[in-house]
Design a protein around this ligand. Structure first.
Ligand SMILES: [Mn+2]
Length: 360
């Protein structure tokens, strides 16, 4: 008889992320934390920040949600207004010395003003591609999640800070998170298990009439006009479509992405890049793809490279990406048409070169 010596497997206690988050927040009871939203607030980052604030309050931590760029999409403005979300727009007048720690949601890389960057990092919760080592006491980065809101829904479902059906603030929070999941997963087309689980939990608490009224926001005339310009300027190469929309005001920056969404629906097209000069200062663009072979993150990093500090001009996730290139002193060019033509020509050249098609 052969005896197998059976080694007992070592039991390594696997701590769930929610337990690690709880332990981190326990350590900081009584503090003031700032929750930073990087870039333009979108439903996912807004909902996640609200959830983080709600959880902080449960641990006797006073939260402040801080954002840096204007809320430009009309749906996002409706979200903030209808949910009466309290957020502070950053300005040098905001007294940052009052904050003990900072949490960042829906991003890992901080492009924050240095005075904000100095605040010790308590947590990083995100679903974008891992950007290398993040420092922070608590880190939960899950590329398999369709939204950061789904990760926060998981914490809430695990009971870290209970939701109360009778409390209107909880209904608003659940609605915001649900909206974040829906928005980042393109109406659940890209949703994975964690997103559906989060949505199923939140659905019990959300205000569904409110959600409908937010989604019914109309397309602004300016977005339609920018989409029209994109359509007029489009260049099609194989299954790619690239369209420059010229000069765009800062407030309408989101229209570039919306124009790209719209163009992607054209039959025979699987990848779209729309771009324009925003606020007279930078080239801003959006990439949308349904292609199996185009990885927006790699595509944009290859296309535009990085600045002298190694920070890439663009990046993204599986189905979309964005880029931003400062014009620097070129912004002062007195001939706006000429400047636009230079930008357009350069972006198109880089693009055609990358996809291996020669311009005729
Ligand atoms: Mn997100």
């Amino acid at each position: 008889m052969i005896e197998h010596s059976i080694e007992k497997p070592k039991v390594i206690p696997m701590q769930r992320p929610v337990d690690r988050l709880r332990a981190m927040l326990e350590r900081h009871r009584g503090e003031k934390h700032v929750i930073a939203i990087r870039g333009y607030p979108d439903p996912d980052s807004i909902g996640s920040a609200m959830a983080h604030a709600h959880i902080c309050e449960h641990f006797d931590i006073e939260p402040t949600v801080l954002y840096f760029d204007d809320i430009s999409h009309q749906e996002n403005r409706a979200l903030v207004k209808k949910l009466a979300i309290e957020m502070v727009r950053y300005s040098p007048q905001v007294d940052l010395s009052q904050f003990d720690r900072m949490a960042i949601v829906d991003t890992q890389t901080l492009e924050l003003p240095p005075e904000v960057d100095r605040i010790p990092l308590a947590s990083v919760v995100d679903h974008h591609k891992l950007q290398g080592e993040s420092e922070g006491e608590f880190i939960d980065i899950r590329e398999e999640a369709g939204s950061t809101a789904s990760i926060y829904a998981e914490y809430l479902a695990a009971g870290i800070a209970p939701l109360d059906r009778e409390n209107p603030a909880c209904a608003k929070l659940a609605s915001a998170l649900l909206y974040g999941i829906r928005s980042d997963t393109d109406d659940y087309l890209l949703a994975r298990e964690v997103d559906y689980r989060g949505a199923a939990y939140l659905a019990q608490y959300a205000d569904h009439d409110l959600l409908i009224s937010i989604s019914m926001q109309n397309i602004s005339p300016r977005t339609m006009e920018i989409t029209q310009r994109a359509y007029a300027n489009k260049v099609i190469a194989d299954t790619f479509l690239i369209a420059g929309v010229g000069y765009v005001r800062d407030d309408d920056r989101d229209s570039i992405g919306q124009a790209a969404d719209y163009m992607l629906r054209r039959e025979g097209i699987d990848t779209v890049i729309c771009y324009g000069i925003v606020n007279n200062h930078f080239v801003d663009g959006s990439l949308r793809t349904t292609s199996d072979v185009v990885d927006p993150d790699r595509f944009l990093k290859d296309l535009f490279g990085a600045d002298p500090y190694g920070v890439p001009y663009g990046g993204g996730r599986s189905d979309k990406g964005a880029f931003k290139i400062m014009l620097g002193p070129f912004a002062s060019c007195s001939d706006r048409d000429l400047l636009w033509r230079v930008v357009q020509r350069t972006v198109e050249d880089l693009f055609f070169n990358k996809v291996g098609i020669t311009r005729d």
